[in-house]
Design a protein around this ligand. Structure first.
Ligand code: GDP
Length: 699
């Protein structure tokens, strides 16, 4: 089937939220409203249609961000009646899967931020909001659970303003809240929309009791739009509010959303299908089409020249593999975001990242487990492709003669490592290939072999992340394995700057090896990785050897000098060196770079860094003392304690090393009534006594 949709009628969106705000429910109800599925699965019965892998259903959380395509003709607004294609990239809310959120944010064009009306902005909603800021993703907001006791639309808006600094614009006003939620006022059209219990919503006049509130919301909305649109501003300052038309306001809201100067806010109760239709209309009206988004840029794989690809079908084919799923029946399913050009099923492409020719097999739009096959995709499309061999998550696919490598997916640094033990000999044989496939899918999973113990080590985003890896080994690759105890993924940094000389000179029969370097090695700012500066003069080391020196240093940084955890944030200035006419080679310079770095690191002194988590604990008041005492014993620093209803909310910063098993311990001393959430805050120096203990244990 060929189903070309005009690019202006495509919306690629994410739904992002704090865990439990109702993201899964909302996605389900959107699919229900758009007619893709007939009955909405209940997440907690483990049958939600978006959830893709059996593990997700077991755990009741959405792990993978499957891309689900659906179609919608808006009931109202600028695009009333026109058929649109909406692809929803599900973004999991659990902190162990920040990578999944990042990869979705990378390829979507806009997002719906969901909030729980009784909670407002929660820690995780703040995290994903900031991630979306970093990726420049335009957003609209949906205040969900307006039917819940304690639901408060105004307070939720206020918390978005205060905690997120968002310029929120209410395009709806709820009519009542909690059990009394009867509908919403559409502020753009100044009409009341009464939620129909079983049938469709009914439109009426705004009731007198809500007239004042509606007028005020309208004034605020016009004011916000005036900041975007000169014509509206003109009428606004002249006091001609009623001359401002609906379409004019919608265009201004659209422009403001896309340029990210405002955030339109809607409300409802997803679980009861309240406000979902109105939200879909808003997605189409306010969130950008792929054609509204700037051209992507990447590098030519050989010349490294910067190349732009505009979102046009006439450009050379360019797509990013943002996700891979291994499927038992069809092999690898690669999810592509097509940024430019067009692609037919069965045609040749280039894996520009790996510089390998490939051939695309079948192409399809995915509806969770259902697949809709198409023969052709174009700029703006998000689709799944079969038949690619050896592709990795983050690779760029292009037309054979027009290579460009887009920025790969950035994996956050791993914080936890666990040894993985195969159960039987046959599992041992299959373990490596299974893990390799999984690492190709998931850039935040690192697999290595401990050179001392020979054990296979997994590094990842958290205990749960690695537990799921092992679960998937069993279900998808038929490998039985168990995990060792979790260990913290420490990092080493340098304390001072030193100058180091190293001469690698080796005479072994005929051909010798010679390389000589002098370099200054010291700490670089956090997050810098390796800053390598060639400050040699007069070509004392020929250019051809310079990358080898850098490569040698990068290699040596993988294993630190104190505990064999990687060294991060280093600056190296190559100052001087010499070569030998016959005996110098890239190999010799790589060795010299590596040895010089290791000696320098020993001299410079090493500080261990540890991951520190931000932890939010919720407990009934009577357990507050126990929680605070326990956090203290874990080297935790309490930042605040607040009241939320009859609960106390404690926010603290705690080293990950002291947090393994915390959720269980908390449950124990709070009689099962405490809950905790944690996320990576950053890395901090390990206290002196702990560092000494870690070094001794390593030795
Ligand atoms: P997610 O973690 O953000 O995906 O949240 P879920 O969709 O799993 O929902 C979390 C809980 O909130 C579930 O128990 C839902 O039934 C409930 N929920 C979702 N939407 C609503 C709503 O509109 N009103 C109420 N009262 N509960 C809701």
């Amino acid at each position: 089937m060929s189903s070309r949709t005009n690019i202006t009628r495509i919306r690629n969106i994410g739904i992002m939220a704090h865990i439990d705000a109702g993201k899964t429910t909302l996605t389900e109800r959107i699919l229900l409203a758009t007619g893709r599925i007939r009955t909405a699965g209940n997440v907690h019965d483990g049958e939600a249609t978006m959830d893709f892998l059996p593990q997700e259903q077991d755990r009741g959380i959405t792990i993978t961000s499957a891309a689900t395509t659906t179609r919608w003709s808006p009931h109202q607004g600028l695009n009333k009646g026109a058929l649109h294609r909406i692809t929803i990239l599900d973004t999991p809310g659990h902190v162990d899967f920040t990578m999944e959120v990042e990869r979705s944010l990378r390829v979507l064009d806009g997002a719906v931020a969901v909030f729980d009306a009784s909670q407002g902005v929660e820690p995780q909603s703040e995290t994903v909001w900031r991630q979306a800021d970093r990726h420049g993703v335009p957003r609209i907001a949906f205040i969900n659970k307006m039917d819940k006791v304690g639901a408060d639309f105004t307070a939720s808006l206020q918390s978005m303003r205060m905690r997120l600094g968002a310029n929120v614009v209410a395009v709806q006003v709820p009519m009542g809240a909690g059990a009394e939620l009867g509908g919403v006022i559409d502020v753009l059209r100044m009409r009341a929309v009464l939620f129909g219990d079983d049938g469709p919503d009914v439109e009426t006049e705004i009731p007198d009791a809500l007239r004042g509130e509606a007028e005020l919301a309208r004034l605020r909305l016009v004011e916000a739009c005036a900041d975007v649109d000169g014509g509206i501003m003109h009428k606004f300052v002249a006091g001609r509010l009623h001359d401002v038309g609906e379409a004019e306001l919608r265009w201004a809201l659209r422009a403001g959303t896309i340029q990210r100067t405002l955030v339109p806010v809607l409300c409802g109760a997803a679980a009861r299908m309240r406000g979902v239709v109105e939200l879909l209309d808003a997605v189409v009206d306010y969130l950008p089409a792929p054609s509204d988004v700037a051209a992507v840029t990447g590098d030519h794989p050989q010349t490294m020249a910067s190349i732009r690809r505009a979102p046009l079908s006439s450009e050379p084919f360019t797509a990013l593999v943002f996700k891979l799923i291994h499927d038992k029946s069809v092999g690898s399913i690669a999810f592509l975001r097509v940024y430019a050009g067009a692609l037919n099923a069965g045609s040749p492409v280039l894996n520009a990242t790996q510089r390998r020719p490939e051939r695309i097999g079948r192409i399809m739009f995915m509806h969770a487990k259902a697949r809709e096959e198409v023969d052709h995709v174009e700029a703006g499309d998000i689709c799944a492709a079969l038949g690619l061999k050896g592709v990795r998550s983050g690779d760029t696919l292009t037309a054979r003669d027009f290579p460009v490598v887009l920025e790969p997916l950035h994996a956050p640094p791993p914080v936890v490592e666990m040894a993985v033990h195969p159960v039987t000999r046959s599992d041992m044989e299959k373990l490596e290939s299974g893990l390799q496939k999984m690492a190709a899918e998931d850039p935040s999973l690192q697999v290595s072999v401990d050179p001392e113990s020979g054990q296979t080590l997994l590094k990842g985003m958290g205990e749960l992340h690695l537990e799921i890896v092992v679960d998937r080994l069993r279900t998808e690759h038929s490998v039985a394995a168990r995990l060792g105890a979790p260990r913290v993924a420490y990092r080493e940094t340098l304390l001072t700057t030193v100058i180091q000389e190293y001469r690698h000179s080796h005479q072994n029969g005929g051909v010798g090896q010679y390389a000589h370097v002098v370099m200054e090695v010291g700490p670089a700012p956090r997050g810098a990785g390796l800053v390598f500066i060639n400050a040699t003069r007069g070509g004392v080391i020929p250019q051809e050897f310079i990358p080898a020196i850098e490569k040698g240093i990068t290699g040596a940084m993988q294993r630190g000098v104190l505990t064999s955890h990687p060294v991060v944030d280093v600056q190296v200035r190559l100052l001087d060196g010499s070569t030998h006419v016959k005996d110098s080679s890239t190999m010799a310079f790589a060795i010299a770079g590596s040895m010089a770095f290791q000696e320098a690191a020993r001299k410079a002194g090493v500080q261990l860094l540890e991951p520190v988590m931000s932890v939010e604990v919720e407990v009934p008041e009577e357990f507050l003392g126990d929680v605070l005492g326990d956090l203290g014993s874990r080297r935790g620093r309490v930042r605040s304690t607040d009241v939320r209803g009859h609960l106390r909310v404690i926010r603290a910063e705690v080293p990950l090393a002291r947090l393994f098993g915390y959720v269980g311990a908390l449950r124990g001393f709070s009689q099962g009534r405490g809950t905790a959430r944690m996320q990576l805050l950053g890395h901090a120096p390990v206290p002196v006594s702990d560092q000494a203990a870690l070094v001794a244990a390593h030795a």
